[in-house]
Design a protein around this ligand. Sequence first.
Ligand code: PRP
Ligand code: URA
Length: 210
Amino acid sequence: MNGKVHIMDHPLVAHKLTILRDKNTSVKDFRELVSEIGMLITYEATRDLLLTTREVETPICTTTAPTLKGKKFAVVPILRAGLGLVDGVLRMVPGARVGHIGLYRDETTLEPVKYFCKMPKDVAERDILIVDPMLATGGSADAAIGFMKEYGCTNIKLMVLLAAPEGIERIQKSHPDINIYCGAVDEKLNEQGYIVPGLGDAGDRIFGTK
Ligand code: PRP
Ligand code: URA
């Protein structure tokens, strides 16, 4: 199966992303917006969840109505910045489990270094949504998808707020089966591996560490 890139085409997402990009946006507002946009992209990323039906008694009559089939789902944030998106996903899919992958980019090589990993026991049976605000070189997401495949996961999606064309290309090469959901695709990477125009360092802006 060939993965697709789903770019959000919605005025609310576009508006909120512009506020995120603004360097004068406060940590509090930044954090809230990351969560809100995460919720909106989750709406798109869960469009193919399976439905079944059940009988429900309305105040008027009994009817057969759609309900989620209850397939197991897990959200997997790439630490640290991915944590900012978890809350938005859980507001849409409250029963989801959460697995964590800790990765940081080595500032010289730009390659990811793993420092933490904790997954639900039955993760291989779950549909996986990996979340991270930024897909830059794609190194972190590439590694995270690889780890999830090593765990035996077969249905994996990637959700990001901003993507660089370079990152998308890398994921499409390494993991052609993966669907990517993103708020917007930016122009390019700069020499330091930052997305241009981007929003700066997502982790620092979410956690106020700079
Ligand atoms: C950022 C971001 C991604 C990664 C993207 O994390 O949250 O995980 O960089 O870059 P890449 O596509 O080139 O791998 P960072 O390494 O700054 O760590 P942090 O989340 O702890 O801030
Ligand atoms: N990581 C970030 O947080 N921002 C970028 O622009 C690139 C990688």
